[in-house]
Ligand binder design. Structure first.
Ligand code: SF4
Length: 148
């Protein structure tokens, strides 16, 4: 199944690139999983992302900075259903989703027809714990959606 997950993610990203969908910044949503937050962090970012003190112990800081740099929305996905509600909001036209390949595959299918650019996370500590992401991949995905 892992191979299928990766293939679906790659194929989806290729389709999004080929379609060249463009959105205004306010129509773009960065969606990231709660497991990206450092486990020692006591800030309740699930409740309010502004609780992040931007200490730099995890990439939540970098994602918040990207959101400000490009003027795009950002949200933490605290569960599949909540994530889907955010993606399905009328204001959202393009999504940059960060997660493991399995969650990305499920999310991409559920979000159809919304354009989702999928960025697989890094899992140096295994699934769902202190995960990581290449910020330059997220930034490239945002730029693909931006109008020239
Ligand atoms: S960057 Fe934000 S979320 Fe990450 S550990 Fe620091 S305060 Fe917590």
């Amino acid at each position: 199944m892992k191979i299928i997950d990766k293939q679906v993610v790659s194929l989806n990203n290729l389709m999004v690139k080929l379609k060249k969908k463009k959105c205004p910044p306010e129509g773009i949503l960065i969606l990231f999983p709660h497991c990206l937050q450092n486990t020692t962090c006591k800030q309740n970012i699930k409740n309010d992302l502004n609780e992040c003190k931007r200490c730099g112990k995890c990439k939540v800081k970098n994602l918040m900075e990207l959101s400000e740099k490009y003027g795009v929305s950002i949200a933490v996905a605290s569960g599949g259903r909540v994530a889907l509600e955010k993606v399905k909001a009328d204001s959202v036209q393009g999504v940059v989703a960060i997660a493991c390949e399995k969650e990305l595959r499920v999310g991409i299918m559920a979000a159809i027809p919304k354009a989702v650019f999928a960025v697989p996370n890094l899992r140096p500590n295994g699934y769902c714990k202190d995960t990581d992401v290449y910020i330059d991949e997220v930034e490239k995905a945002i730029e693909r959606f931006m109008k020239e």
